[in-house]
Design a protein around this ligand. Structure first.
Ligand code: ZN
Length: 139
């Protein structure tokens, strides 16, 4: 069995961002040489997510509005976590609902998706360097 580990780095210019990372994950699979196996992709921060869905502008805006209704950033004083001096309690909650990681089958060297599936990095507390881990196992 082979294994391959790669970190993807991001620095979103905005507090929240939804970035399609499918090509970068496929590049990691290409580099691994693994043809059959599994690919784990996870956010390495508790204020960001990795999730799978459609790459459609309207949907990305819908996610953002929905998450802001569930856990609005403002007013920051509404959250006990922000009493620590941070202002990112909403980002922790957004990450929880959008998830930490995805696992995708690798078949004949490619991400084995259903129709329209794409991998996204969801950033909820951006404007600083953050990482996504890609780990591929197989043969
Ligand atoms: Zn925090």
């Amino acid at each position: 069995m082979k294994t391959h580990r790669k970190e993807l780095w991001f620095r979103a210019k905005t507090r929240r961002a939804y970035i399609n990372i499918t090509e970068q994950v496929q590049e990691a699979i290409d580099q691994s040489g693994i043809r059959e196996g599994l690919c784990l992709v996870n956010a390495m921060h508790i204020s960001a997510s990795v999730y799978i869905n459609d790459d459609e502008r309207g949907l990305l805006e819908d996610y953002d509005r929905w998450l802001e209704k569930l856990a609005p950033h403002e007013p920051v004083a509404q959250y006990k976590h922000n009493n620590t001096g941070e202002d990112n309690a909403d980002a922790h909650l957004k990450r929880q609902i959008m998830g930490r990681e995805v696992v995708v089958a690798v078949t004949q060297g490619k991400l084995d998706f259903g129709p329209w599936e794409q991998i996204f990095y969801g950033e909820f507390d951006g404007r600083r360097d953050k990482r996504v881990l890609v780990k591929i196992i197989g043969a």
